[in-house]
Design a protein around this ligand. Structure first.
Ligand SMILES: [Mg+2]
Length: 227
């Protein structure tokens, strides 16, 4: 029996990869740099590393942004003054936020979850301020139940404490909750380690293909199965 569905946010509800690519396509030419897939990969790699430091609570959210620029700008040949970093990041951020979109299957998935009589919540490794802003901009505020962030539960996925903290605040036992997300390591394996059920949302068919509970769209959620 299932009582609740715990959804990841980035690349599960909101197309973060497309938003990042769109943001760089707008922002890089504005600072005099031509967009390329290689620069997108570089930006992603730098972002992930510094977000990891933020999740480990060794830097503030604002500082991880500045550290990303201190690393990225010299690599693309852009000089900068330290005091201008926040304003420079603001240029990227404006482009990024205006590119946030919910995936087209989200509406139908939320309707199916409600029709099945299940509760819904979000567990995200992002920051509380940015993720609430993201849900508001994509029209999802109030439609996805409680939102649990790293700052709320004091732990980040894949730490099982993140899932246990979310379930405790939600008031549901882990075994009654289905975790759904795009990252097999963070949203599936880590959820199972915490005692939840889990399904991998593999939108791009990237695998692992031996995962028994794998879906390609949120419309395929196994809400009535004995998962
Ligand atoms: Mg995700």
């Amino acid at each position: 029996m299932l009582r609740g569905v715990l959804l990841d946010l980035d690349n599960t509800l909101v197309d973060q990869e497309a938003a990042t690519a769109d943001a760089l396509r707008g922002w890089l030419p504005a600072i005099g740099v031509r967009f390329s897939p290689e620069l997108l990969s570089l930006w992603d790699e730098i972002q992930e590393r510094h977000m990891e430091a933020w999740r480990a609570r060794t830097v503030t959210f604002g500082e991880q942004r500045r550290r990303r620029l201190r690393e990225f700008l010299p690599l693309i040949g852009i000089g900068y003054a330290e005091e201008d970093l926040d304003e420079i990041f603001g240029g990227y951020l404006a482009a990024y936020e205006s590119a946030w979109r919910a995936f087209p299957d989200v509406d139908a998935a939320l309707a199916a979850i409600a029709a099945a009589g299940l509760s819904v919540a979000v567990l995200t490794n992002g920051s509380v301020e940015q993720q609430h802003h993201k849900l508001a901009r994509t029209g999802l505020t109030g439609r996805v139940g409680p939102v649990f962030t790293v700052e709320d539960v004091g732990a980040a996925k894949p730490d099982p404490a993140a899932f246990l903290g979310a379930c405790a605040r939600w008031g549901l036992s882990p075994e009654l909750v289905l975790s759904v997300g795009d990252r097999h390591d963070l949203d599936v394996l880590a959820a199972r380690a915490a005692g939840l059920r889990a399904v991998h949302l593999d939108r791009r068919d990237e695998g692992p293909h031996d995962e028994p509970h794998r879906i390609r769209s949120l419309t395929e959620l196994p809400l009535s199965s004995g998962l």
